[in-house]
Design a protein around this ligand. Sequence first.
Ligand code: SAH
Ligand code: SF4
Ligand code: F3S
Length: 444
Amino acid sequence: MVDYSEEIKKYHILTYGCQMNVRDSEIIAGLVESMGYIETNSPSDADLVIFNTCSVRHSAENKVYGKLGEINKFKKNNKELLIAFGGCMAQLNEVQQKLKNTGVDILFGTHNVHELPRLIEEANQEKNPILRVWDKEGTVVESLPSKRKEGISAFVNIMYGCNNFCSYCIVPYTRGRERSREPQDIVAEIKELAELGYKEVTLLGQNVNSYGKGLQNETDFSRLLYKVNEINGIERIRFTTSHPKDMSDNLIDAIRNNNKVCEHIHVPLQAGSNKVLKLMNRNYTRDHYLELTKRMRDRIPGVSITSDLIVGFPGETEQDFEDTLDMVDKVKFDAAFTFMYSVRTGTKAASLEEQIELETKKERLNRLNKLQYSIATEINKSLEGKTVEILVEGTSKTNTERLTGRTRCNRIIIFSGSKDLIGQLINVRIEEGKTFSLFGDYVS
Ligand code: SAH
Ligand code: SF4
Ligand code: F3S
Protein backbone atom coordinates (compact mmCIF):
# COMPACT_ATOMS: atom_id res chain seq x y z
CA MET A 1 0.00 0.00 0.00
CA VAL A 2 1.17 3.46 -0.79
CA ASP A 3 0.93 5.91 2.07
CA TYR A 4 -0.56 9.14 0.77
CA SER A 5 -0.92 10.74 4.19
CA GLU A 6 2.34 12.62 3.82
CA GLU A 7 1.17 14.27 0.62
CA ILE A 8 -2.11 15.65 1.88
CA LYS A 9 -1.50 19.15 3.10
CA LYS A 10 -3.17 20.47 6.21
CA TYR A 11 -4.42 23.94 7.08
CA HIS A 12 -5.36 25.70 10.27
CA ILE A 13 -7.25 29.02 10.50
CA LEU A 14 -7.02 31.44 13.43
CA THR A 15 -10.01 33.77 13.50
CA TYR A 16 -10.19 37.01 15.49
CA GLY A 17 -12.83 39.74 15.63
CA CYS A 18 -16.46 39.94 14.62
CA GLN A 19 -18.99 37.70 12.85
CA MET A 20 -17.82 39.08 9.50
CA ASN A 21 -14.49 37.43 10.11
CA VAL A 22 -16.11 34.21 11.26
CA ARG A 23 -17.99 34.18 7.96
CA ASP A 24 -14.87 35.08 5.95
CA SER A 25 -13.02 32.21 7.61
CA GLU A 26 -15.70 29.82 6.39
CA ILE A 27 -15.03 31.05 2.87
CA ILE A 28 -11.27 30.82 3.36
CA ALA A 29 -11.76 27.21 4.55
CA GLY A 30 -13.88 26.47 1.47
CA LEU A 31 -11.25 27.96 -0.84
CA VAL A 32 -8.29 26.06 0.60
CA GLU A 33 -10.26 22.79 0.76
CA SER A 34 -11.03 23.21 -2.93
CA MET A 35 -7.23 23.10 -3.39
CA GLY A 36 -7.08 19.74 -1.58
CA TYR A 37 -5.99 20.93 1.86
CA ILE A 38 -7.66 19.32 4.88
CA GLU A 39 -8.29 20.98 8.23
CA THR A 40 -6.24 20.25 11.33
CA ASN A 41 -7.09 21.41 14.83
CA SER A 42 -3.50 21.76 15.83
CA PRO A 43 -1.42 24.47 14.17
CA SER A 44 1.80 22.54 14.87
CA ASP A 45 0.66 19.92 12.33
CA ALA A 46 -0.30 22.40 9.66
CA ASP A 47 1.41 23.16 6.34
CA LEU A 48 -0.61 26.33 6.04
CA VAL A 49 -1.65 28.59 8.92
CA ILE A 50 -4.01 31.42 8.05
CA PHE A 51 -4.53 34.40 10.36
CA ASN A 52 -7.87 36.18 9.91
CA THR A 53 -7.29 39.27 12.00
CA CYS A 54 -9.17 42.16 13.65
CA SER A 55 -7.92 45.69 14.23
CA VAL A 56 -10.88 47.22 16.03
CA ARG A 57 -8.91 47.73 19.25
CA HIS A 58 -5.25 47.63 20.24
CA SER A 59 -5.84 44.51 22.35
CA ALA A 60 -7.17 42.59 19.33
CA GLU A 61 -3.98 43.40 17.39
CA ASN A 62 -1.73 42.44 20.29
CA LYS A 63 -3.24 38.98 20.54
CA VAL A 64 -2.39 38.42 16.87
CA TYR A 65 1.24 39.53 17.20
CA GLY A 66 1.69 37.19 20.17
CA LYS A 67 0.26 34.25 18.29
CA LEU A 68 2.29 35.01 15.16
CA GLY A 69 5.51 34.65 17.16
CA GLU A 70 4.31 31.29 18.44
CA ILE A 71 3.35 29.96 15.01
CA ASN A 72 6.60 31.17 13.46
CA LYS A 73 8.53 28.78 15.69
CA PHE A 74 6.93 25.84 13.86
CA LYS A 75 8.92 26.85 10.79
CA LYS A 76 12.02 25.37 12.43
CA ASN A 77 10.59 21.86 12.16
CA ASN A 78 8.57 22.36 9.02
CA LYS A 79 10.45 24.31 6.34
CA GLU A 80 7.42 24.07 4.03
CA LEU A 81 5.05 25.80 6.49
CA LEU A 82 3.27 28.75 4.89
CA ILE A 83 1.87 31.58 6.99
CA ALA A 84 -0.92 33.63 5.39
CA PHE A 85 -2.06 36.81 7.11
CA GLY A 86 -5.41 38.38 6.20
CA GLY A 87 -8.34 40.24 7.72
CA CYS A 88 -8.64 43.83 8.87
CA MET A 89 -5.08 44.24 10.16
CA ALA A 90 -3.71 43.29 6.75
CA GLN A 91 -5.34 46.38 5.21
CA LEU A 92 -3.36 48.77 7.38
CA ASN A 93 -0.12 50.24 6.15
CA GLU A 94 1.34 50.40 9.62
CA VAL A 95 0.77 46.66 10.09
CA GLN A 96 2.17 45.85 6.65
CA GLN A 97 5.40 47.61 7.63
CA LYS A 98 5.59 45.80 10.97
CA LEU A 99 5.14 42.43 9.33
CA LYS A 100 8.16 42.78 7.05
CA ASN A 101 10.64 39.95 7.73
CA THR A 102 8.47 38.32 10.36
CA GLY A 103 7.92 35.04 8.54
CA VAL A 104 4.59 35.95 6.96
CA ASP A 105 4.54 34.43 3.45
CA ILE A 106 1.28 35.88 2.18
CA LEU A 107 -0.29 39.13 3.28
CA PHE A 108 -3.79 39.35 1.79
CA GLY A 109 -6.37 42.09 2.22
CA THR A 110 -10.07 41.89 3.05
CA HIS A 111 -10.86 42.58 -0.62
CA ASN A 112 -8.54 39.80 -1.86
CA VAL A 113 -9.92 36.72 -0.08
CA HIS A 114 -11.12 35.21 -3.39
CA GLU A 115 -7.55 35.30 -4.72
CA LEU A 116 -6.15 33.18 -1.91
CA PRO A 117 -5.80 29.88 -3.84
CA ARG A 118 -3.64 31.56 -6.48
CA LEU A 119 -1.54 33.30 -3.84
CA ILE A 120 -0.97 30.02 -2.00
CA GLU A 121 0.14 28.32 -5.21
CA GLU A 122 2.52 31.16 -5.92
CA ALA A 123 3.90 31.10 -2.39
CA ASN A 124 4.51 27.35 -2.58
CA GLN A 125 6.82 27.98 -5.53
CA GLU A 126 8.27 31.33 -4.69
CA LYS A 127 10.16 31.99 -1.47
CA ASN A 128 9.72 35.77 -1.35
CA PRO A 129 6.77 37.05 0.68
CA ILE A 130 3.70 38.01 -1.35
CA LEU A 131 1.70 41.15 -0.64
CA ARG A 132 -1.77 41.31 -2.13
CA VAL A 133 -3.84 44.10 -0.60
CA TRP A 134 -6.21 46.22 -2.64
CA ASP A 135 -6.76 49.65 -1.11
CA LYS A 136 -10.23 49.77 -2.54
CA GLU A 137 -13.03 47.23 -2.58
CA GLY A 138 -13.78 45.42 -5.85
CA THR A 139 -17.26 44.32 -6.85
CA VAL A 140 -19.01 41.77 -4.65
CA VAL A 141 -17.73 38.27 -5.52
CA GLU A 142 -20.52 35.67 -5.39
CA SER A 143 -20.43 31.85 -5.42
CA LEU A 144 -17.20 31.33 -3.54
CA PRO A 145 -17.01 27.90 -1.92
CA SER A 146 -17.44 27.90 1.83
CA LYS A 147 -17.25 25.46 4.70
CA ARG A 148 -19.71 26.39 7.39
CA LYS A 149 -19.01 25.38 10.96
CA GLU A 150 -22.18 23.79 12.23
CA GLY A 151 -25.61 22.76 11.09
CA ILE A 152 -28.13 24.83 13.06
CA SER A 153 -27.32 28.48 12.78
CA ALA A 154 -25.52 30.25 9.92
CA PHE A 155 -24.12 33.70 9.23
CA VAL A 156 -25.15 35.27 5.94
CA ASN A 157 -23.54 38.44 4.64
CA ILE A 158 -26.02 40.89 3.20
CA MET A 159 -23.61 43.79 2.75
CA TYR A 160 -19.96 44.65 3.11
CA GLY A 161 -18.10 47.76 4.23
CA CYS A 162 -19.21 50.89 6.01
CA ASN A 163 -19.74 54.53 5.04
CA ASN A 164 -20.33 55.98 8.47
CA PHE A 165 -16.84 56.94 9.58
CA CYS A 166 -17.54 57.08 13.28
CA SER A 167 -14.49 59.01 14.37
CA TYR A 168 -13.05 56.26 16.61
CA CYS A 169 -13.50 53.39 14.18
CA ILE A 170 -11.07 51.68 11.83
CA VAL A 171 -13.66 49.52 10.06
CA PRO A 172 -14.40 51.91 7.15
CA TYR A 173 -10.66 51.87 6.39
CA THR A 174 -10.30 48.09 6.56
CA ARG A 175 -13.56 47.06 4.90
CA GLY A 176 -14.04 49.76 2.29
CA ARG A 177 -17.26 51.44 1.18
CA GLU A 178 -20.71 50.01 1.68
CA ARG A 179 -21.96 47.59 -0.94
CA SER A 180 -24.98 45.28 -0.79
CA ARG A 181 -25.52 41.83 -2.17
CA GLU A 182 -28.42 41.33 -4.57
CA PRO A 183 -31.54 40.13 -2.70
CA GLN A 184 -31.90 37.11 -5.02
CA ASP A 185 -28.35 35.95 -4.16
CA ILE A 186 -29.07 36.26 -0.45
CA VAL A 187 -32.38 34.41 -0.76
CA ALA A 188 -30.79 31.65 -2.85
CA GLU A 189 -28.06 31.15 -0.25
CA ILE A 190 -30.58 30.97 2.60
CA LYS A 191 -32.79 28.50 0.67
CA GLU A 192 -29.76 26.29 0.26
CA LEU A 193 -29.03 26.56 4.00
CA ALA A 194 -32.62 25.59 4.78
CA GLU A 195 -32.27 22.53 2.54
CA LEU A 196 -29.13 21.57 4.45
CA GLY A 197 -31.14 21.71 7.69
CA TYR A 198 -30.09 25.08 9.10
CA LYS A 199 -32.83 26.55 11.30
CA GLU A 200 -31.52 30.04 11.98
CA VAL A 201 -29.75 32.70 9.95
CA THR A 202 -28.04 35.86 11.16
CA LEU A 203 -27.91 38.53 8.47
CA LEU A 204 -24.65 40.44 8.70
CA GLY A 205 -23.69 43.98 7.85
CA GLN A 206 -21.91 46.83 9.66
CA ASN A 207 -25.07 48.85 9.24
CA VAL A 208 -27.93 46.68 7.99
CA ASN A 209 -30.31 49.66 8.02
CA SER A 210 -28.71 50.99 4.87
CA TYR A 211 -28.96 47.67 3.03
CA GLY A 212 -29.95 48.00 -0.62
CA LYS A 213 -28.56 51.44 -1.41
CA GLY A 214 -26.79 51.46 -4.77
CA LEU A 215 -28.34 48.23 -6.07
CA GLN A 216 -29.78 48.41 -9.57
CA ASN A 217 -33.31 47.80 -8.29
CA GLU A 218 -33.07 49.74 -5.10
CA THR A 219 -34.57 47.92 -2.15
CA ASP A 220 -34.24 48.13 1.62
CA PHE A 221 -33.64 45.99 4.65
CA SER A 222 -37.28 45.71 5.69
CA ARG A 223 -38.19 44.33 2.27
CA LEU A 224 -35.38 41.82 2.54
CA LEU A 225 -36.76 40.63 5.89
CA TYR A 226 -40.18 39.95 4.33
CA LYS A 227 -38.50 37.87 1.60
CA VAL A 228 -36.32 35.85 3.98
CA ASN A 229 -39.31 35.24 6.25
CA GLU A 230 -40.95 33.26 3.43
CA ILE A 231 -38.18 30.67 3.18
CA ASN A 232 -39.43 27.26 4.33
CA GLY A 233 -37.32 25.48 6.90
CA ILE A 234 -35.77 28.61 8.37
CA GLU A 235 -37.34 29.17 11.77
CA ARG A 236 -35.48 32.19 13.07
CA ILE A 237 -33.99 35.29 11.50
CA ARG A 238 -31.50 37.51 13.32
CA PHE A 239 -29.50 40.48 12.10
CA THR A 240 -26.68 42.73 13.21
CA THR A 241 -25.81 45.63 13.41
CA SER A 242 -28.35 48.49 13.32
CA HIS A 243 -27.35 52.14 13.49
CA PRO A 244 -29.66 54.32 15.62
CA LYS A 245 -29.52 57.19 13.14
CA ASP A 246 -31.45 55.39 10.42
CA MET A 247 -33.65 52.81 12.02
CA SER A 248 -36.89 53.33 10.12
CA ASP A 249 -40.49 52.67 11.14
CA ASN A 250 -40.72 50.32 8.16
CA LEU A 251 -37.97 48.23 9.69
CA ILE A 252 -39.58 48.24 13.13
CA ASP A 253 -42.82 47.08 11.48
CA ALA A 254 -40.99 44.38 9.53
CA ILE A 255 -39.55 43.01 12.77
CA ARG A 256 -43.00 43.01 14.34
CA ASN A 257 -44.85 41.57 11.32
CA ASN A 258 -42.55 38.71 10.38
CA ASN A 259 -42.96 35.85 12.81
CA LYS A 260 -39.49 34.42 12.16
CA VAL A 261 -37.65 37.67 12.80
CA CYS A 262 -36.50 37.54 16.41
CA GLU A 263 -37.36 40.33 18.84
CA HIS A 264 -33.79 41.37 19.44
CA ILE A 265 -32.21 44.55 18.16
CA HIS A 266 -28.53 45.31 18.64
CA VAL A 267 -28.47 49.05 18.27
CA PRO A 268 -25.23 50.45 19.74
CA LEU A 269 -25.53 53.70 21.67
CA GLN A 270 -21.74 54.08 22.17
CA ALA A 271 -22.00 57.09 24.50
CA GLY A 272 -24.61 59.01 26.46
CA SER A 273 -23.43 62.58 26.18
CA ASN A 274 -24.50 64.68 23.21
CA LYS A 275 -21.07 66.30 23.12
CA VAL A 276 -19.31 62.95 22.84
CA LEU A 277 -21.83 61.58 20.34
CA LYS A 278 -21.10 64.59 18.17
CA LEU A 279 -17.36 64.10 18.44
CA MET A 280 -17.89 60.44 17.58
CA ASN A 281 -19.75 61.49 14.42
CA ARG A 282 -22.69 59.30 15.34
CA ASN A 283 -25.35 61.69 14.02
CA TYR A 284 -27.97 61.28 16.72
CA THR A 285 -28.66 62.68 20.18
CA ARG A 286 -29.63 61.13 23.50
CA ASP A 287 -33.22 62.23 22.97
CA HIS A 288 -33.35 60.64 19.54
CA TYR A 289 -32.06 57.39 21.01
CA LEU A 290 -34.52 57.45 23.92
CA GLU A 291 -37.40 58.13 21.58
CA LEU A 292 -36.25 55.36 19.20
CA THR A 293 -35.94 52.72 21.90
CA LYS A 294 -39.32 53.71 23.31
CA ARG A 295 -40.85 53.33 19.83
CA MET A 296 -39.22 49.90 19.44
CA ARG A 297 -40.56 48.78 22.82
CA ASP A 298 -44.05 50.14 22.11
CA ARG A 299 -44.31 48.46 18.74
CA ILE A 300 -42.49 45.18 19.29
CA PRO A 301 -43.81 43.44 22.38
CA GLY A 302 -41.05 41.88 24.48
CA VAL A 303 -38.24 43.25 22.31
CA SER A 304 -34.76 43.00 23.74
CA ILE A 305 -32.40 45.87 23.10
CA THR A 306 -28.64 45.46 23.32
CA SER A 307 -25.82 47.91 22.83
CA ASP A 308 -22.12 48.59 22.50
CA LEU A 309 -20.69 51.29 24.78
CA ILE A 310 -17.32 53.03 24.79
CA VAL A 311 -15.79 54.75 27.81
CA GLY A 312 -12.89 57.18 27.75
CA PHE A 313 -13.39 58.70 24.33
CA PRO A 314 -11.08 61.74 23.96
CA GLY A 315 -12.47 64.70 25.88
CA GLU A 316 -14.96 62.61 27.89
CA THR A 317 -15.40 64.40 31.24
CA GLU A 318 -16.78 62.85 34.41
CA GLN A 319 -20.09 64.55 33.56
CA ASP A 320 -20.08 63.08 30.03
CA PHE A 321 -19.44 59.65 31.46
CA GLU A 322 -22.26 60.10 33.97
CA ASP A 323 -24.49 60.87 30.99
CA THR A 324 -23.64 57.39 29.67
CA LEU A 325 -24.52 55.87 33.04
CA ASP A 326 -27.74 57.85 33.00
CA MET A 327 -28.68 56.51 29.56
CA VAL A 328 -27.89 52.96 30.62
CA ASP A 329 -30.13 53.46 33.61
CA LYS A 330 -32.92 54.93 31.49
CA VAL A 331 -32.86 52.53 28.52
CA LYS A 332 -32.20 49.36 30.55
CA PHE A 333 -30.27 47.34 27.98
CA ASP A 334 -30.83 43.60 28.11
CA ALA A 335 -27.09 43.25 27.51
CA ALA A 336 -24.21 45.46 26.44
CA PHE A 337 -20.65 45.04 25.21
CA THR A 338 -18.51 47.64 26.93
CA PHE A 339 -15.10 48.84 25.75
CA MET A 340 -12.34 51.24 26.72
CA TYR A 341 -11.64 53.63 23.87
CA SER A 342 -8.57 52.49 21.93
CA VAL A 343 -6.64 54.89 19.68
CA ARG A 344 -6.66 53.72 16.04
CA THR A 345 -4.06 55.37 13.85
CA GLY A 346 -5.59 57.09 10.84
CA THR A 347 -8.99 57.73 12.41
CA LYS A 348 -10.22 61.24 13.26
CA ALA A 349 -10.39 60.64 17.01
CA ALA A 350 -6.73 59.58 17.12
CA SER A 351 -5.71 63.18 16.53
CA LEU A 352 -7.94 64.65 19.23
CA GLU A 353 -5.81 66.17 21.96
CA GLU A 354 -7.55 65.30 25.16
CA GLN A 355 -6.84 61.56 25.31
CA ILE A 356 -8.04 60.00 28.58
CA GLU A 357 -5.66 58.27 30.98
CA LEU A 358 -5.81 54.49 31.13
CA GLU A 359 -6.56 54.54 34.87
CA THR A 360 -9.61 56.75 34.31
CA LYS A 361 -10.81 54.52 31.48
CA LYS A 362 -10.48 51.43 33.68
CA GLU A 363 -12.30 53.07 36.53
CA ARG A 364 -15.15 54.18 34.25
CA LEU A 365 -15.41 50.76 32.63
CA ASN A 366 -15.75 49.17 36.06
CA ARG A 367 -18.49 51.55 37.10
CA LEU A 368 -20.32 51.06 33.82
CA ASN A 369 -20.09 47.28 34.01
CA LYS A 370 -21.30 47.28 37.58
CA LEU A 371 -24.41 49.21 36.61
CA GLN A 372 -25.06 47.24 33.42
CA TYR A 373 -24.61 43.87 35.14
CA SER A 374 -27.04 44.80 37.88
CA ILE A 375 -29.63 45.81 35.27
CA ALA A 376 -29.13 42.59 33.28
CA THR A 377 -29.42 40.52 36.45
CA GLU A 378 -32.61 42.30 37.42
CA ILE A 379 -34.15 41.74 33.96
CA ASN A 380 -33.11 38.07 33.92
CA LYS A 381 -34.51 37.53 37.44
CA SER A 382 -37.83 39.01 36.37
CA LEU A 383 -38.10 36.22 33.77
CA GLU A 384 -38.07 33.44 36.39
CA GLY A 385 -41.17 31.27 36.13
CA LYS A 386 -41.85 32.16 32.48
CA THR A 387 -41.89 29.53 29.73
CA VAL A 388 -40.05 30.54 26.55
CA GLU A 389 -39.37 29.06 23.13
CA ILE A 390 -35.73 28.24 22.56
CA LEU A 391 -33.64 26.85 19.72
CA VAL A 392 -31.36 24.15 21.13
CA GLU A 393 -27.83 24.76 19.90
CA GLY A 394 -25.78 22.01 21.54
CA THR A 395 -24.22 20.92 24.79
CA SER A 396 -23.23 23.53 27.34
CA LYS A 397 -19.55 24.50 27.23
CA THR A 398 -19.18 24.40 31.00
CA ASN A 399 -21.13 21.17 31.55
CA THR A 400 -21.46 18.73 28.65
CA GLU A 401 -24.23 16.90 30.53
CA ARG A 402 -26.49 19.90 29.94
CA LEU A 403 -27.84 21.56 26.81
CA THR A 404 -27.75 25.17 25.74
CA GLY A 405 -29.96 27.23 23.53
CA ARG A 406 -31.15 30.75 22.94
CA THR A 407 -34.45 32.48 23.48
CA ARG A 408 -35.81 34.61 20.64
CA CYS A 409 -34.44 37.60 22.56
CA ASN A 410 -30.95 36.09 22.31
CA ARG A 411 -30.65 35.07 25.95
CA ILE A 412 -28.56 32.00 26.62
CA ILE A 413 -30.36 29.30 28.56
CA ILE A 414 -28.89 26.16 30.09
CA PHE A 415 -31.06 23.14 30.91
CA SER A 416 -31.09 19.33 31.11
CA GLY A 417 -32.44 17.24 28.26
CA SER A 418 -31.67 14.56 25.73
CA LYS A 419 -29.15 15.34 22.96
CA ASP A 420 -31.89 14.52 20.39
CA LEU A 421 -33.28 17.96 21.14
CA ILE A 422 -30.30 19.68 19.49
CA GLY A 423 -31.51 21.65 16.49
CA GLN A 424 -35.12 21.74 17.68
CA LEU A 425 -37.39 24.53 18.86
CA ILE A 426 -38.68 23.59 22.29
CA ASN A 427 -40.20 25.22 25.37
CA VAL A 428 -38.21 25.74 28.51
CA ARG A 429 -39.37 27.08 31.87
CA ILE A 430 -36.95 29.61 33.31
CA GLU A 431 -36.00 28.61 36.85
CA GLU A 432 -33.16 31.00 37.57
CA GLY A 433 -31.98 34.24 35.99
CA LYS A 434 -28.28 35.15 36.27
CA THR A 435 -26.34 38.09 34.85
CA PHE A 436 -25.25 36.46 31.59
CA SER A 437 -27.53 33.44 31.28
CA LEU A 438 -30.66 31.67 32.40
CA PHE A 439 -31.16 28.22 33.85
CA GLY A 440 -34.31 26.29 33.08
CA ASP A 441 -36.23 23.04 32.71
CA TYR A 442 -37.45 21.44 29.52
CA VAL A 443 -41.24 21.48 29.22
CA SER A 444 -42.34 18.72 26.87
N1 SAH B 1 -20.71 48.33 12.73
C1 SAH B 1 -20.96 47.90 14.01
C2 SAH B 1 -19.78 47.28 14.75
C3 SAH B 1 -18.51 47.99 14.77
S1 SAH B 1 -17.19 47.34 15.71
C4 SAH B 1 -21.55 49.07 14.75
O1 SAH B 1 -21.47 50.18 14.32
O2 SAH B 1 -22.16 48.83 15.75
C5 SAH B 1 -17.95 46.85 17.21
C6 SAH B 1 -17.85 47.79 18.35
O3 SAH B 1 -16.52 48.03 18.70
C7 SAH B 1 -18.40 49.17 18.10
O4 SAH B 1 -19.78 49.23 18.19
C8 SAH B 1 -17.72 49.99 19.15
O5 SAH B 1 -18.44 50.01 20.35
C9 SAH B 1 -16.42 49.25 19.38
N2 SAH B 1 -15.28 50.01 18.86
C10 SAH B 1 -15.02 50.34 17.58
N3 SAH B 1 -13.88 51.06 17.51
C11 SAH B 1 -13.40 51.18 18.77
C12 SAH B 1 -12.27 51.82 19.36
N4 SAH B 1 -11.39 52.48 18.62
N5 SAH B 1 -12.08 51.71 20.69
C13 SAH B 1 -12.97 51.04 21.47
N6 SAH B 1 -14.06 50.43 20.97
C14 SAH B 1 -14.30 50.49 19.64
FE1 SF4 C 1 -17.45 51.56 12.73
FE2 SF4 C 1 -19.41 53.30 12.93
FE3 SF4 C 1 -19.18 51.82 10.73
FE4 SF4 C 1 -19.93 50.69 13.01
S1 SF4 C 1 -21.08 52.26 11.87
S2 SF4 C 1 -18.40 49.93 11.57
S3 SF4 C 1 -18.79 51.84 14.52
S4 SF4 C 1 -17.74 53.38 11.42
FE1 F3S D 1 -12.55 43.64 13.69
FE2 F3S D 1 -12.67 44.03 11.13
FE3 F3S D 1 -14.74 43.00 12.39
S1 F3S D 1 -11.74 45.39 12.60
S2 F3S D 1 -14.59 43.94 14.41
S3 F3S D 1 -12.76 42.07 12.16
S4 F3S D 1 -14.80 44.39 10.66
